[in-house]
Design a protein around this ligand. Structure first.
Ligand code: COA
Ligand code: AMP
Length: 636
């Protein structure tokens, strides 16, 4: 099939508003928008400002009304617990109506915020969709975050209610959520009125009288109840998803209803190339944007069956799990992070487990979340014999900025590049002064405003922070904070972040946030956290600490405490396990820590002595410490 990409992208360029009005017709509206885009609303304009709709209606009711009631909406496959369950669109609708009734009885109304802190279980999706049904704004918090991260989010969005579970399950350990939730509520100055707790048999918890309610008891008590969808403005928020910023204070990315649906619906057929009724699997977590867009909303909006997988690519029980799920549930498209494939490859380098399964119905593997290294892509291509498609996006955009649109017909694949911009995105590469750079030259990747439907209109309660963080530096453009280049054929290459964000196993983390936690240790005088290359996780954080003079304790003891501190403050997901005490940190004469140079030394890359360095001998000290730890250094 020849690709219609040029034609489709060209049609958007010619008439952006007409293009998106056409896509808006792919969803149901209570009041159809007459205006595509109003540049005078919000920080940089708003999409479909006069439209009235409901996301839950579009995910469930309309499919049931349209004849998909008996089709599986969700296939829950949990190798970690041994559970498997198929839930049809009708069953899902009934549960969501019942849970909406329970939320509504507890005072949840349009615009109220509900935190969802849950593992990968169907009840989490019921809670998300019930919020959408009532026009309430959900904010899902990833289970690998610690209590204080949860507290920050409860406080920032002033959650009226929290839906949680008694536990999550990680290989070899139960993660008791309730103590984390109770600690978070204790720490937050804003207190939610009510919590609803899913009791899991693997580890039940005590409920606090008159505050904690049992999820399933509420579901049963409300079974059969009919709760209509609350009409919401297209521009009303559907959810807030917190993501790492450059400080310990995460950014609350806001997603609207109408633009989000139009964009995701388009992406399902045009980017992922799936047809309604087919099985789509995003092996991520609902706590991340990939989970929001492609475990929950995208597939359900488009009438697909979505896989909810509670397990890991390896160890649950082995590196053949992904192939088993694809075979057993007839998965057509899988979307995951490259790190998952690196983990599988490490366990089963020859891919010998693949031959145990029938993957004949499997059509494509999409990768995102971090740079897809050509080595991993080639390995997957060779063994799976399907296109392996890199695509680039961010929590902020909610869907692909650049990709290779399978539904429009694939363009030639270039390893190391997520290919070309999608309609809606005018992607440019500019230098620090804002001037366009020549093809092949590295620079700041920016998107010309307005951003397309689905992208964040602002940050929760923080228009000024949104403006400062994304729009101020390059007026008229959205700063992606990624650096890269565009080649002569218009293909994008994403090379690095321009801020302090690192990508650990596809999880986005701020080294600045980690430094804030580390510097909270009473014996630490100063510190620097950098991301160093890791063959499995892409990057891992490494902390350098200078211990206060006069402290009479071993470095080893303090280093262990620092590791625990970050785990307690940010959570296990930070994968913060490497801390090194150093005598001094390398700095410029004006006192700026030379993190980039330290990173190059650690990664064994070539580096130049910064002209402004205060004392070059300190870099030798850092090198020595790295070498002693068996980490790469310039001598390695
Ligand atoms: N709840 C509680 N803890 C969690 C968690 C959750 N939902 N998810 C991860 N953690 C914990 C892990 O148990 C681990 O704890 P440990 O330090 O006690 O071992 C820690 O957080 C780090 O987790 P992770 O970085 O995921 O490493 P891992 O070794 O457990 O697994 C992979 C590595 C590659 C298998 C895993 O990261 C993976 O499946 N990645 C797939 C990609 C993905 O989901 N990306 C998200 C965006 S697309
Ligand atoms: P997140 O918001 O967690 O989705 O992380 C977004 C960041 O991950 C981007 O800004 C990039 O730095 C990185 N990223 C995501 N997808 C890709 C990709 N396909 N190639 C390179 N980097 C990527």
């Amino acid at each position: 099939m020849t690709s219609s990409y040029d034609e489709v992208y060209g049609s958007w360029r010619k008439d952006p508003e007409g293009f998106w009005m056409d896509q808006a017709s792919g969803i149901d509206w209570f009041e159809k928008p007459k205006i595509a885009f109003d540049p005078d609303q919000g920080v940089y304009g708003r999409w479909f400002p006069d439209g009235v709709t409901n996301t839950c209606h579009n995910c469930l009711d309309r499919h049931v009304e349209g004849g998909r009631g008996d089709q599986a909406a969700i296939i829950y496959d949990s190798p970690i617990t041994g559970a498997k369950r198929t839930i049809s669109y009708s069953e899902m609708l009934a549960d969501v109506e019942a849970f909406s009734g329970a939320l509504s009885d507890r005072g949840i109304r349009k615009g109220d915020r509900v935190i969802i802190y849950m593992p990968m279980v169907p009840e989490a999706l019921v809670a998300m969709l019930a919020c959408a049904r009532l026009g309430a704004v959900h904010s899902v918090v990833f289970g690998g975050f610690a209590a204080s991260e949860l507290a920050t989010r409860i406080e920032d969005c002033e959650a009226k209610l929290v839906v949680s579970a008694s536990c999550g399950i990680e290989p070899g350990r139960i993660v008791a959520y309730k103590p984390l939730l109770d600690a978070a509520i204790e720490q937050s100055s804003h207190k939610p009125d009510v919590t609803i707790i899913l009791q899991r048999e693997e580890h039940r918890c005590e409920l606090i009288k008159d505050r904690d309610f049992d999820f399933h008891a509420l579901l049963q008590a409300n079974a059969g109840r009919k709760v209509t969808c609350t009409p919401v403005a297209s521009t009303d928020p559907l959810y807030v998803l917190y993501t790492s910023g450059t400080t310990g204070q995460p950014k609350g990315v806001v997603r609207d209803n109408g633009g989000h649906m139009a964009a995701l619906h388009w992406s399902m057929h045009s980017i992922y190339g799936v047809k309604p009724g087919e099985v789509f699997w995003a092996a991520s977590d609902i706590g991340w944007v990939v989970g929001h867009s492609y475990i929950v909303y995208g597939p359900l909006l488009h009438g697909n069956t979505t896989i909810l997988f509670e397990g890991k690519p390896v160890g649950t029980p082995d590196a053949g799990t992904f192939w088993r799920v694809i075979d057993e549930h007839n998965v057509v498209v899988l979307f995951t992070a490259p790190t998952a494939f690196r983990a599988i490859r490490k366990e089963d380098p020859q891919g010998s487990l693949i031959s145990d399964y029938d993957l004949s119905g499997f059509c494509a593997l999409f990768l995102a979340g971090e740079r897809a290294d050509p080595d991993t892509i080639q390995w997957a291509e060779r063994l799976l014999k399907v296109p392996v498609i890199d695509h680039w996006w961010q929590t902020e955009t909610g869907w692909t900025i650049a990709g290779n649109p399978m539904g429009l017909g694939l363009l030639p694949i270039k390893h190391g590049s997520p290919a070309v911009p999608m309609p809606g995105y005018d992607v440019q590469v500019i230098d620090d002064a804002g001037h366009p750079v020549a093809a092949g030259t590295l620079g700041n990747i920016v998107v010309k405003l307005p951003l397309p439907p689905g992208c964040l209109p602002t940050l929760w309660n923080a228009d000024d922070r949104f403006q400062d963080a994304y729009l101020a530096e390059f007026p008229g453009y959205y700063k992606t904070a990624d650096a890269g280049f565009i080649d002569d054929n218009g293909y994008l290459f994403i090379m690095a972040r321009t801020d302090d964000i690192i990508n650990v196993a596809g999880h986005r983390l701020s080294t600045g946030g980690m430094e804030e936690a580390v510097s909270g240790h009473p014996d630490v005088a100063e510190c620097a956290v950098i991301g160093i290359a890791d063959s499995m996780k892409g990057q891992i954080p490494a902390g350098f600490i200078v211990i206060n003079s006069g402290v009479d304790r071993s470095d080893d003891e303090i280093e262990k405490e620092v590791v625990k501190l970050v785990r307690d403050k940010i959570g296990p997901v930070a994968a913060f396990k490497t801390v090194m005490a150093v005598k001094r940190l390398p700095k410029t004469r004006s006192g700026k820590i030379l993190r980039a140079t330290m990173q190059k030394i650690a990664d064994g890359e070539s580096w130049k002595m910064p002209a402004t360095i205060d004392d070059p001998a300190i870099l030798d000290e850092v090198s020595e410490v790295l070498a002693k730890r068996g980490l790469k250094s310039r001598d390695s």
